[in-house]
Design a protein around this ligand. Sequence first.
Ligand SMILES: Nc1ncnc2c1ncn2[C@@H]1O[C@H](COP(=O)(O)OP(=O)(O)OP(=O)(O)O)[C@@H](O)[C@H]1O
Ligand SMILES: [Mg+2]
Length: 512
Amino acid sequence: MDTLIEMRGVKKNFGDVVALRDGNFGLQSGEIHSIVGENGAGKSTLMKILYGLYPPDGGNITISGGGHTETLSSLSPKKAISHGIGMVHQEFMLASEMTVLENVILGFEPRKGIGIDRASAIAKIEEYGSAYNLGVRHGAKIRDISVGEAQRVEIIKILYRGANTIILDEPTAVLTPMESAKLFKILLSMKDGGKSIIFISHKLDEVMAISDRITVMRGGAHVSTLDRGKTSIPELARLMVGRDIFLGASPPQARPGKTVLEIDNIWVPGEKELSKLRGVSLGVKSGEILGIAGVNGNGQSELAEAIAGLRPIQRGSVRLLGRAVESDTPLARRRAGMSHIPEDRNITGLNRQTDMKDNFICSSFREAHISSHGLIDRGKAREAARARMETFDVRPCDPDAPAQSLSGGNAQKAVVSREMGYDAPFLLAAQPTRGVDIGSIERIRGELNKARERGTAILLISSDLEEVLALSDRIAVMYEGRITGILDICEANEENVGLLMTGHSAEDARDV
Ligand SMILES: Nc1ncnc2c1ncn2[C@@H]1O[C@H](COP(=O)(O)OP(=O)(O)OP(=O)(O)O)[C@@H](O)[C@H]1O
Ligand SMILES: [Mg+2]
């Protein structure tokens, strides 16, 4: 096979932070090549350099194609695009008020006289649709389409710009298992069509399923590049983290106490018809983890927002420690004993415009340990934030770092650390391990179990069924805005929870 891209000895610093000290990566034509590594290992930075978003501080990049080879010390996005390199970012970059078609052609509008040749653009979008399983509705607005469809739009957008090398940075972190399976079909058909693909993921089972080769990075450097057939998940995990990882350990038997959170018959308007809550009731006791399983979009996000006070409820009650809180503001609910790890670290979880310490003190700034005479003590705030960052190994452990400089997984770890640090009687944990590396998954799961041991009532919402099964004492399954069944962990398994997730009755599920 021909080598398309060769990155050698690539270096990149951000101030004092060394993001890459020895980035090496080679891509062959027509392969799917995965990159794995801990949060902050430098995966996104290396790929942003390849896409021309950052100039490297050292090293070189050799790009071959069309019969000639060029070695460069840096690229620009324009240059990358002219070499057929396209990137789908970790955080989507589509304009939500514009249509699919408008987003695809933005900046590359096909002209016909003085107007835009919409017909030829639509024909091209449809052509990609049938060639690579990339079905999208070109007239729909981005804000009305699912995450899976938005991602297909991102892929079409880069194909439209002529990409032959496609970089996907954690594309499956936000997808349901069904959508991920769909994406893999797309990747395989693009590979069959002669495209080369770079795939970043923390889900090692996906990496093992889809890749031809796998590159492991650690601490800003290349560790190893392996053939898929000659490695295994435990080996990859060990190379990434530098130690063995155990996710399977089962926690001791729960000793549930009194009910901490009680929801009674709540009705909540939804983002989509299927996701409006239609009379949800449940209770979470002190010292237990109640997991919510379900295919994304069946009301889980609405449920979390309704509990946190971010979405008004039409009917029903939410009681926290015996007190009705359904009309309270989010801050009042926090004061009443609630903490909340929101599913989206960038919108609800962090204020990206400020630094880490402000993000850590944002809802505890009135408390005695960081303020005196009504003023925030910056030094104390910094130390409080540093201590929380250390607990979850947020890298870099710098309270003055701007929030937007953190890598995706480190931002997630920071949000988890802040919320768990309140040690509130009730923790609402939505997708707590989204985008974090396997070592950090182990740590976060361990901390959730410790909080449960201390008597915290935890409501866990996760689209990862394996996670729900690994952590929960009881599992409630949501389907079309209702709870279709609640199973005790000792009777739950992938089959019966899966049946409830697809709308089967609790009776059907119990027979499995
Ligand atoms: N724009 C930036 N400003 C300052 N520091 C940055 C910036 N971008 C990245 N970094 C730092 O560089 C390091 C590597 O980050 P990068 O985003 O490449 O990691 P990653 O391997 O993609 O991690 P993740 O799995 O969490 O996405 C991190 O320590 C990060 O904090
Ligand atoms: Mg990243």
